[in-house]
Write a protein that binds this ligand. Structure first.
Ligand code: PLP
Length: 440
């Protein structure tokens, strides 16, 4: 049987679960992109995962290129992490008191990202960015913040605004339920456009508490900062007494042992004031963090007046998973991520090229994404100008051939160090038919 002759897998059980879920969970999912909204079809309900493989409830096996949207850098159910989680769980699930594991996880982060002198653990990337924004506002006594179109920082009210229509225009909320007053303090600018940032600061610099940016944006597909862009943000914010927040929730500990900072920082004008982390540092459990200069972090309760708290923050099981994950991220792991990413991306480029499908692949370290268009992508408008129908056809052909891509054209593809030659070969074998499907 050739790849082209393969039939789609059985999906009866996933369909049954999705029907049931849609009756009792809004949209049938607990996070919107899982619903296959932009590619259509029934999301596959997973039963188990091991290394680079996912197995769904109908018994289909897939090479996983989602990696739980970033955390699974070591692959699924890595033995060191399983052992650490089991040992922690046996000691109790949550104490509501400080515990040693959270200190060790904080120390690991502080040791890796040099400008981070203190760190506060939270439960999600959303909490991390929300708290960093509050801290920046508390520190500066200002309300306005600048974010960039196409950058996602979680579902924080003030950060859901991404559809700004130009310099100095107050954004409208992207989501119903976000007060205009909240989104109204958010200025949305085009990514990689330093002139736009300078113009806004010239007019309103005294009102702006912080600029928040993804260290290398991965939520509009991967759009790395142009040379000098983040450096420029650092310079302008410093000149105007605003803070720079580098969101490393996706890039942190993945692009390098110290995240994207480890590849590009520190800038001549200095590092960011605050960093946010998530995904990899939780090893697949709900753990995230924000941290930075001690002088800024000192404003957090109980040391200072900026309130921030969490019943499960620094949870011992999540901390153990995160710590075991970070400790297992040896140089070999980063080497393997590079090798696997390159092999997959080269395979994609060859297959799409052979099928005549326009495409561009962009990188931040070993993180990459595939745009279904020609030419460099520098901002959200350019990212949106791609052939999402071609992606949809490509996605489903890959799924039918046992490769689970992120179900959106605007996402990074996440590999793990557990992607062995068998998994990589399975991806490469699936690509030609998917590329022909993409060609239409
Ligand atoms: N920041 C970035 C850069 C992200 O990619 C995400 C999630 O994808 C978040 C923040 C929000 O993290 P979480 O989904 O854990 O709330």
């Amino acid at each position: 049987m050739t790849q082209d002759e393969r039939t789609a897998q059985p999906t009866a059980r996933s369909e049954e679960l999705f029907d049931q879920a849609q009756r009792i969970i809004p949209g049938g999912v607990n996070s919107p992109v899982r619903a296959f909204g932009s590619v259509g079809g029934t999301p596959r309900f997973m039963a188990s995962a091991s290394g680079p493989w996912l197995t769904d409830v109908d018994g289909n096996r897939y090479v996983d290129l989602v990696g739980s949207w970033g955390p699974m850098i070591l692959g699924h159910a890595h033995p060191d992490v399983v052992a650490a989680v089991q040992a922690a769980a046996e000691r109790g699930f949550s104490f509501g008191t400080p515990s040693g594991g959270e200190v060790e996880l904080a120390a690991e982060i502080v040791a890796r990202v040099e400008p981070v002198e203190q760190v506060r653990l939270v439960n999600s990337g959303t909490e991390a960015t929300m708290s960093a924004i509050r801290l920046a506002r508390g520190f500066t006594g200002r309300d306005a913040i600048v974010k960039f179109a196409g950058c996602y920082h979680g579902h924080v009210d003030a950060l859901l605004a991404s559809a700004g229509s130009g310099v100095a225009t107050f954004a409208l909320p992207d989501s119903a339920g976000v007060p205009r007053s909240s989104a109204g303090e958010t200025i949305v600018l085009p990514y990689n456009d330093l002139a736009a940032v300078e113009e806004v600061f010239a007019a309103r610099g005294h009102e702006i508490a912080a600029v928040i940016t993804e260290a290398a944006p991965g939520n509009m597909g991967l759009v790395p900062p142009l040379p000098g862009f983040t450096e420029g943000l650092r310079r302008v914010t410093r000149e105007h007494g605003a803070l720079l927040i580098s969101d490393e929730v996706m890039t942190g500990f993945r692009c390098s042992p110290a995240g994207f900072y480890g590849l590009e920082g520190p800038y001549a004008a200095g590092p960011a004031d605050l960093f946010t982390f998530g995904k990899v540092m939780g090893g697949g459990f709900p753990a995230a963090a924000f941290g930075g200069r001690a002088e800024v972090m000192a404003l957090l309760a109980p040391a200072g007046p900026v309130y921030q708290a969490g019943t499960l923050s620094g949870n011992p099981v999540a901390s153990a998973a995160g710590l075991a994950t970070l400790r297992a991220c040896t140089p070999d792991v980063y080497d393997r991520l590079g090798v696997v990413s390159r092999a997959v991306a080269d395979g994609v480029a060859d297959a799409l090229g052979a099928a005549g499908v326009p495409h561009t692949i962009q990188w931040a370290g070993s993180m990459f994404s595939v745009f279904f268009r020609d030419g460099a992508v520098r901002n959200y408008d350019e990212a949106k100008a791609q052939d999402t129908d071609a992606f949809r056809r490509f996605f489903h052909a890959m799924l039918d051939h046992g490769v689970h891509l992120p179900p959106s054209a605007f996402e990074c593809w996440f590999v793990s160090a557990a992607h062995d030659d068998e998994a990589v070969s399975a991806v490469l074998e699936a690509l030609p038919a998917a590329a022909r499907a993409a060609a239409g």
